[in-house]
Write a new protein. Structure first.
Length: 185
C-alpha cells in the first residue's frame, strides 16, 4: 500500500492463530481436499491442498504439544484420517461402479447368479425354488450394488462431516472431547 507521499506502509504482522482458528481452518481445508480427492485423486488441486493440510496439521500438533496433550491430538487425527481413507475408498468405488464398470458388473452378476442357481440345484441337491431364489438374490445384488455403495458412501461422508464439525457448528462428541482434552474454549 502506498500513501499520498509515496511512502509504503508495512503490512501489519499477523498474530499466531489460536487452536480453535487453526482447527477450523484445518477441517475446512481437509474437507475441500476430500472433495477434490473424490473427484480426481491425482488432480492439481489435490497437489496444492495437501501441503496446506499438512502444514495446518503440524501447527495443530505444535500447539497441542505446548499444552502437553499432543499424543491425544495425534490419536484423534489418526482416527479422523482412517475414517476419511475408508470413506474415500467407498466413494471412489461407488463412482467407478456407476461409471465405467456398470455393464461388466451386471453381466458378471447374471453369470454368477445363474452359476449359484445351478450349483445349488444340481450339485447341492436343493429344491428348484430355493436354488432359483438364491440365484435371483445374487443377480439383484449385482444390479443394486452401485446404488447401495452410493448410499453407504453418503452415510460415511455424513459421519466424516460430523467428526470434522467445528466450534461454529453445534457441538458433538469429538469437538467436546478435544476441547476438554486441550482445555480450550
Amino acid at each position: 500500500m502506498a500513501t499520498e507521499a509515496g511512502q509504503e506502509i508495512p503490512p501489519k504482522p499477523a498474530g499466531r492463530r489460536t487452536f480453535s482458528e487453526t482447527m477450523n481452518c484445518y477441517f475446512a481445508t481437509e474437507s475441500a481436499l476430500y472433495e477434490e480427492k473424490s473427484r480426481d485423486p491425482n488432480g492439481g488441486m489435490v497437489q496444492l491442498l495437501q501441503p496446506v493440510v499438512d502444514a495446518l496439521r503440524h501447527e495443530l500438533i505444535e500447539i497441542a504439544d505446548a499444552k502437553g496433550v499432543g499424543e491425544d491430538l495425534r490419536s484423534a487425527i489418526r482416527v479422523e484420517e482412517a475414517v476419511e481413507a475408508h470413506t474415500l475408498w467407498i466413494r471412489t468405488t461407488a463412482g467407478e461402479l456407476q461409471d465405467s464398470r456398470l455393464l461388466s458388473l451386471l453381466s458378471g452378476s447374471l453369470l454368477l447368479g445363474y452359476a449359484v442357481s445351478f450349483t445349488a440345484y444340481d450339485i447341492l441337491d436343493m429344491d428348484w425354488l430355493p436354488a432359483l431364489l438364491l440365484g435371483h438374490v445374487i443377480i439383484s445384488l449385482g444390479f443394486y450394488l452401485p446404488w447401495l455403495m452410493d448410499i453407504l458412501a453418503t452415510y460415511k461422508e455424513r459421519q466424516l462431516r460430523e467428526l470434522r464439525r467445528t466450534e461454529d457448528d453445534p457441538p458433538n462428541e469429538w469437538w467436546t472431547r478435544g476441547s476438554t482434552i486441550l482445555h480450550i474454549t
